[in-house]
Design a protein around this ligand. Structure first.
Ligand code: RFL
Ligand code: PHB
Length: 396
């Protein structure tokens, strides 16, 4: 069968938050793109991942016309709770972060909103593509080759955006001789569960306990999202419902009469914790964005927010190129994006270190950890630093 060739301005690999938002932003700037996604639309719209949107992310969704459902269905939170030693302490964003706050609205709902906006605008999204490969990325005419609906296809573009997540093909297309990877793996995992029960709390509870970390979040008025620190190599089958509830009750114990609402557990999964940054985020005409370039442990709730911040910078740089034939911003993309990335890397790593139980920490280090928690919940200066990072530094 003959090969199908398409020409576009920006070829985007991956229909996660980064790829879809980039395509949406480019469309608003009058720039054409084609999005290639290996999974089906149904799959990407059903994968449970992030939940917390920073203020800047909320503003971006609203300003670009895809925030309607989030405004109706998301939960606006003006603080978080830190719990340790059986007591709960509130970090109040309204007081500490200039009135900025966060919204709990699931990542897969953001995906649904972006997919429908792109399709309503006649966007070219191709699902279930395979064998994606990048060619001539250091030339002025890069190409992406792939299989779609049984046909060999080629996408010819001016620029390629690698938005294909941590396991995608884009990052490896940057030769290891010009790329430096920074990586840290934690001896920790998170068991995440979805529970049919109304939220147990009005704001997220991050709990430190000698048996390990626990997190109480939510998804809707009828669904809770809960997490428990576990071993990264453990299998979910090792976690019976009884064991999960027993651990959650122990780790969330308190002297304040707060109670966790139980319900039917409808999903369980385990994620490993990793910090990772690839520098630079550009090679020739390939630009990486989101998890393709960097990973943070979920404790700081930063991953999706970073992905969206990257593509905002990238869309502005591409706009400058197409509108004014200038590539200064494109040349600075990596340096600009990495500033925010490293801030989030530090914050996520710091939150992880403060809130988890580390088996290899001696008693001295455990005292330091508790002292850090006490400091952050008693000093306005320390709490302000947490709040400012949690709600997200302005997108700039
Ligand atoms: P994604 O979402 O991984 O999307 C990449 C897409 O690319 C596709 N793909 C390919 N397509 C074509 N060809 C190939 N060769 C391809 N290879 C891959 C994939 O199918 C996929 O659809 O990356 P993106 O867009 O950079 O977005 C990143 C976010 O998804 C991620 O950072 C967040 O989910 C992280 N995260 C959180 N982030 C937050 O901002 N707030 C949170 O509260 C939060 N909580 C979390 C999280 C991640 C978690 N897990 C599961 C790791 C909680 C958890 C438990
Ligand atoms: C979530 O609701 O999935 C969530 C919330 C806060 C985090 C990570 C995940 O830090």
């Amino acid at each position: 069968m003959s090969e199908s060739v398409t020409r576009t301005q920006v070829g985007i690999i991956g229909a996660g938050p980064a790829g879809l938002m980039l395509s949406h932003l480019l469309h608003l700037h009058g720039i054409e793109s084609v999005v290639l996604e290996s999974r089906s639309r149904r799959e990407i719209e059903a994968t449970i991942r992030a939940g917390v949107l920073e203020q800047g992310t909320v503003d971006l969704l609203n300003e670009t016309g895809v925030g309607e459902r989030m405004k109706r269905e998301g939960f606006v939170h003006h603080g978080i709770y830190l719990r340790f030693g059986g007591r709960t302490h509130r970090i109040c964003f309204s007081d500490l972060a200039d009135g900025r706050c966060i919204t709990v609205y699931p990542q897969h709902e953001v995906i649904k909103d972006l997919v429908s906006a792109r399709l309503a605008a006649g966007g070219d999204l191709r699902f279930e593509v395979s064998d994606v490969s990048l060619h001539d990325i250091t030339s002025e005419a890069p190409r992406i080759r792939f299989q779609h609906a049984g046909r060999a296809c080629e996408l010819r573009c001016d620029y390629v955006a690698g938005c294909d997540g941590f396991h995608g093909v884009s990052r490896p297309a940057i030769p290891s001789t010009t790329r430096k990877d920074y990586s840290h793996t934690y001896p920790l995992g998170w068991l995440g569960i979805l529970v049919e029960a109304p939220p147990s709390t009005d704001e997220l509870i991050y709990a430190y306990h000698a048996r390990g970390f626990a997190l109480v979040s939510m998804r809707s008025t009828t669904l809770q999202r809960l997490y428990l620190q576990c071993h990264p190599d453990e299998h979910v089958d090792a976690w019976s419902d009884d064991r999960i509830w027993s651990e959650l009750h122990t780790r969330l114990e308190n002297t304040e009469g707060w109670r966790l609402k139980e319900g039917k557990i409808i999903q369980k999964n385990i994620v490993a914790m990793r910090s990772f940054v690839a520098e630079p985020m550009q090679h020739g005409r390939l630009f990486l964005a989101g998890d393709a370039a960097h990973i943070v442990p979920p404790t700081g709730a930063k991953g999706m927010n970073l992905a969206l911040a990257d593509v905002r910078v990238l869309s502005q740089a591409l706009d400058e190129f197409y509108r004014h034939a200038r590539s200064d911003r494109l040349a600075n993309y990596s340096a600009t994006a990495l500033k925010r990335v490293w801030r989030a890397e530090h914050f996520s790593s710091w939150m992880t270190s403060m809130l988890h139980h580390f088996a290899d920490r001696d008693e001295f280090q455990q005292h330091l950890q508790v002292s850090q928690l006490e400091y952050v919940t008693s000093s306005t200066a320390a709490a302000k630093s947490l709040a400012e990072n949690y709600v997200g530094v302005p997108m700039g």
